[in-house]
Design a protein around this ligand. Structure first.
Ligand SMILES: O=C(/C=C/c1ccc(O)c(O)c1)N[C@@H](Cc1ccc(O)cc1)C(=O)NCCCOc1c(-c2ccc(O)c(O)c2)oc2cc(O)cc(O)c2c1=O
Ligand SMILES: [Ca+2]
Length: 501
């Protein structure tokens, strides 16, 4: 359950948060496949609540988190219908890009939803615990069956493991995931999309599910579809467990049967590239006893920011996001360069409120991403798709990571605001943050030759040339003159054996 099941040595995924299925299908074919991306985490494909009545919370209308309030497991959501989902999975797999489903199976919608229909027109009635599109009824929920124990029925104390698992998280109706009928419905949902061809799952709010229930559900799933995967392939499961220490529920409790999101990783990398921690101190990051709460390389799904904490809930304001573009690019480049965990790149849209949903027209239909001539996404200062994954310094680091493969970190060189190292003899990176320049002759570990600086140019593999003139000459001893001004975007240099003249 830890193998990402990527094609041909691809080693990173991108979270195309809130992208419609037809946009993702085209992005797989036009961009992600050709640039070596391993897969896409998609927003929840299941039927969800439509929060369109302003009285729900004064001015909140169609918030992004309505998609985290399930109504059923039908593949009818804000992103598209079943046919569009199937088409996306097929086209992405054919482009060498996997699909990972964001699975919201700890709960159904908020208890305050009362009566309505979901994004697939399935009726529900929360006061009677009825979700007709599954169906779920009151025997399937923890609170009406006395399993919670708090007056409000909500989690009141994160120090109490029973409350964290058996009560309603912020009022979301908590399923009895230990119940065979509920487990059966969740396994049916997982098998529906596995048979369509997905490679794995993000397990939302796994912290609020008992580990043994997670394991039993994962064990009940089918092998992956042999049209795209080797015989007996098992889905990747990476479990969202928000663990920053100090609580009885820990990430380590989930790592025996899947990967776990490493919520300490992003904070450390943000501190380093935000200028609050020495870059030189990253030298042993994540390895051996340096791993966070004993999540080792294969146990971890790593990221800098995510859809939730880029809105300020989790990071305590110190997390780097696309809003700090120059430093953020360095943080993501480092994540992609470093051999710890399977990395997930966040791809966002601009928002003016924490709850703001994706770019939409007057009828709340999501407006698909469109692209400028330079490949960036069309947006204004306060509206539109950010497409961090299309920034050259991030896009070209995805292929750099593929080229680095399993090579170890060597030739590490660093001080407070600068670092450089190689991955064996296949790839080399140098970073100068916060205006620090580098003008040094450094050991790159690479064979002699003329390499394209992929931080500032693109590579034409047929002509074996760089689109710009920025190259690095490595001499017969592996040394090269490395120069970075450190000003603005000129803070990064990286080369690899797959892009030389
Ligand atoms: O800010 C949000 C939504 C956040 C959110 C959504 C999806 C996620 O995967 C996530 O990690 C966070 N939601 C807003 C509005 C809201 C939504 C629903 C609701 O019943 C009440 C309020 C909010 O203010 N939420 C309270 C703080 C964030 O508390 C949430 C957490 C959460 C936060 C910190 C933790 O340590 C933790 O273990 C869980 O997980 C969710 C998971 C969901 O599947 C759906 C949710 O509504 C939530 C969720 O509200
Ligand atoms: Ca639960």
């Amino acid at each position: 359950y830890k193998n990402p099941n990527t094609a041909g040595g691809r080693s990173a995924m991108v979270h195309l948060f809130e992208w419609p299925w037809r946009s993702i299908a085209r992005e797989c074919e036009d961009f992600l496949g050709p640039n070596g991306f391993g897969g896409v985490q998609v927003s929840p494909p299941n039927e969800h609540r439509i929060i369109d009545r302003p009285d729900w919370d004064n001015n909140v209308v169609r918030p992004w988190y309505e998609s985290y309030q399930p109504i059923s497991y039908k593949l009818e959501s804000r992103r598209g219908n079943r046919a569009e989902f199937i088409d996306m999975v097929q086209r992405c797999n054919n482009a060498g890009v996997r699909i990972y489903v964001d699975a919201v199976v700890n709960h159904m919608c908020g208890e305050d939803a009362m009566t309505g229909v979901g994004s697939g027109s399935s009726p529900y009635e929360t006061q009677t615990f009825n979700f007709y599109g599954v169906p779920y009824t009151s025997p399937n929920f923890n609170v009406p069956n006395g399993n919670c124990g708090t007056g409000s029925g909500k989690i009141e104390n994160y120090g109490d493991v029973n409350q964290v698992r058996n009560c309603n998280l912020v009022g979301l109706m908590d399923l009895i995931t230990g119940d065979d009928y509920v487990r059966g419905k969740i396994v049916d949902y997982f098998n529906d999309v596995i048979d369509i061809g997905v490679a794995g799952f993000r397990v939302d709010a796994a912290k609020h599910m008992w580990p043994e229930d997670c394991q039993a559900i994962f064990d009940g799933t089918n092998n992956l579809n042999t049209a795209y995967f080797p015989e007996n392939s098992r889905a990747l499961f990476y479990q969202e467990v928000i663990d920053k220490g100090g609580e009885p529920v820990t990430a380590g409790q989930y790592k025996d049967f899947g990967r776990v999101t490493d919520f300490i990783y992003g904070g450390t990398v943000s501190a380093a590239f935000g200028g609050r921690m020495s870059l030189n101190d990253l030298q042993n990051f994540g390895s051996g006893n340096g791993a966070h709460h004993n999540l080792y390389d294969n146990d971890a799904l790593v990221f800098v920011d995510n859809h939730d904490n880029q809105r300020g809930h989790g990071g305590g304001g110190s997390l780097l996001t696309f809003n700090q573009a120059d430093d953020y690019k360095l943080a993501i480049a480092f994540m992609l360069s470093w051999p710890h965990g399977f990395p997930r790149i966040m791809s966002s849209y601009k928002f003016d409120q924490d709850w703001t949903g994706p770019p939409a027209d007057n009828d709340w239909n999501t407006v698909e991403p469109t692209f400028n001539a330079d490949g960036s996404c069309v947006s204004t200062d306060s509206y539109g798709w950010v497409c961090e994954h299309r920034w050259r310094g991030i896009k070209n680091m995805v292929e750099w990571r593929n080229q680095a493969g399993t090579e170890p970190v060597e030739n590490f060189w660093g001080d407070y605001s600068r670092l450089a190292f190689s991955r064996g003899n296949r790839a080399f990176i140098a970073i100068g943050r916060g205006g620090s320049s580098i003008n040094e002759r450094l050991q790159t570990g690479l064979p002699s030759g003329e390499y394209c600086n992929m931080a500032v140019v693109d590579y034409d593999s047929s002509a074996k040339s760089c689109t710009g003139h920025s190259t690095v000459i490595v001499d017969s001893s592996g040394y090269a003159d490395i120069s970075i001004s450190g000003n603005g975007a000129d803070n990064l240099l990286f080369i690899h054996v797959g892009a030389s003249k």
